[in-house]
Design a protein around this ligand. Structure first.
Ligand code: PLP
Length: 470
């Protein structure tokens, strides 16, 4: 234990020094060939090595080559910096090393609390047992859509788990053209078939066209198919758009469809007073995917599936063999009965720590600050002659493109497609691209509490400088 104590103290110092130094270093740098070889081709050591030597290796070969998301000028994809509280308690979760499948110990008890806190934070109904932590939103989406599938089957008098889908009218899922790929992956994995996922068109703000949704459902019913679920987004990854959730909830209620909301990134946006009105109807969803490892900053990985009716998820997943029967469990049973994972890590500790450290007020400040940055960048883009805003700001993402008067042979699309890589290579800031409304676009996602308005000016200048190198 002396070795653990000494190395643990040293690891904490290394972690603190790393985090202290992040903002002064490059946002991202390529891994040099020698380091790439070290990282990728290490032989398995025959004899074990002391903890101190391992820490030396981490400091020399791992910490200098981060993804970049700890830096206040990292605006790529949807990746936040780690919350200090999460960093502090991660080793303690490892020291305890429980499986939170269920049982009578601290992990599952704290998970119930954390799930309730997440639901309370965004104003989602929270019946006891109404949710579970997952690896991320991709897994939360599988939990929610599998629940919806079984719910529809049981309503029709059959059992998808027992019978399989063979010989039944295809079940139809509705997502928008902007819906996240995890919805499609989940549908494919659940045997629904990619061709049975309808891509509902979006309006000029990249929000679901609810009239088109109605038409698609009517067509599918007329064709003898089984519409079963509509998935709206509370914060798309491309532009941060929030679908008209209230109107979608009306359509779902009319047709008896399961209403799922992908709030993996954006559900917390409801805490920003300017953004909040767009979230009306979020509380009418049957299920909500929400990622603590995104806006909240809980260290990766931690997602959450929230469910209006926990019994529906249990009906989709519970399978308790004799060696797992727990006669002393309460009425809600084990977490493992609500999803596909059996052995489950102690995700609740880092989520509890992060939320306790920030409090509701701290989370709200973070969401307001980062949403405000997205709006400020949008205003700067609109003022600049060489940039164009491509979507209204709904959460903390600004979607835009560079529009200098002269471009190379591929025009603005080729330029904006090449820009993220060129900006990243300069090491001063980091953003990623996408396609939006048929055009190549840049998108900046703000999640870091230390990002300032000066960083926004640097971002635009870096894009201009990078463009000159292309
Ligand atoms: C809107 C949205 N939905 C779903 C996901 C998938 O979440 P995860 O990567 O945690 O599985 C993401 C990830 O960025 C996302 O932004």
């Amino acid at each position: 234990m002396d070795e653990l104590r000494r190395a643990g103290v040293r690891a904490a110092e290394i972690a603190a020094a790393h985090l202290e130094g992040v903002a002064a270093g490059p946002v991202w740098q390529p891994v040099p060939a020698a380091e790439r070889a070290w990282l990728g081709e290490l032989p398995l050591p025959a004899a074990g090595r002391p903890l101190d030597a391992l820490l030396d290796d981490v400091r020399a070969h791992v910490l200098p080559y981060p993804m970049g998301n700890g830096h206040p000028r990292f605006f790529g994809w949807v990746n936040s910096p780690p919350s200090p509280a999460g960093v502090v308690v991660e080793p303690l979760a490892a020291a305890l090393n429980p499986s939170c499948a269920g049982g009578d110990h601290a992990g599952p008890l704290l998970e119930r609390t954390v799930v309730r806190w997440l639901a309370e934070l965004v104003g989602f109904p929270h019946p006891p047992g109404g949710g579970l932590l997952t690896s991320g939103a991709s897994m939360a989406t599988i939990v929610c859509l599998a629940t919806a599938r079984q719910h529809a089957a049981l309503a029709d008098g059959w059992d998808a788990r027992e019978d399989g889908l063979h010989g039944r009218p295809p079940m139809i899922l509705y997502v928008t053209e902007e819906g996240h790929s995890c919805l499609h992956k989940a549908a494919q994995l659940l045997g629904l078939g990619a061709r049975n996922v309808r891509k509902v068109p979006v309006d000029a703000s990249f929000r679901m066209d609810v009239g088109a949704l109605r038409t698609m459902i009517a067509d599918d019913l007329a064709a003898g198919l089984r519409p079963f679920c509509v998935a709206g987004s509370a914060g798309t990854v491309n532009s941060g758009a929030v679908d008209p959730l209230d109107a979608i909830a009306d359509v779902a209620a009319e047709h008896g469809l399961w209403f799922h909301v992908d709030g993996a990134y954006g559900a917390l946006g409801v805490l920003d007073a300017v953004s909040a009105p767009a979230y009306a109807g979020l509380d009418r969803a049957d299920s909500l995917a929400l990622d603590p490892h995104k806006w909240l900053g809980v260290p990766v990985g931690c997602g959450c599936a929230l469910l209006r009716d926990p019994a529906a998820a249990r009906a989709a997943f519970s399978l308790v063999p004799s060696y797992l029967v727990d006669d002393s469990a309460d009425d809600l049973g084990w977490f493992a009965e609500y999803g596909p994972e059996q052995t489950r890590p102690f995700r609740a500790l880092k989520t509890w720590a992060t939320m306790s450290y920030l409090g509701r007020e701290g989370v709200t400040r973070l969401v307001e600050h980062t949403s405000g940055l997205a709006r400020t960048l949008a205003a700067m883009v609109e003022k600049a002659a060489d940039f164009e805003l491509l979507a209204p700001v709904a959460t903390s993402i600004t979607a835009f493109r560079h529009t200098p008067t002269t471009t190379g042979p591929g025009g603005l699309d080729a330029l904006n497609r090449a820009l993220p890589g060129a900006v990243q290579a300069r090491g001063n800031t980091f953003l990623t691209g996408t396609r939006l409304g048929g055009r190549d676009a840049l998108r900046a996602c703000f999640l870091h509490p230390d990002t300032t308005e000066d960083d926004l000016a640097i971002l635009l200048e870096e894009i201009r400088l990078a463009a000159k190198t292309l």
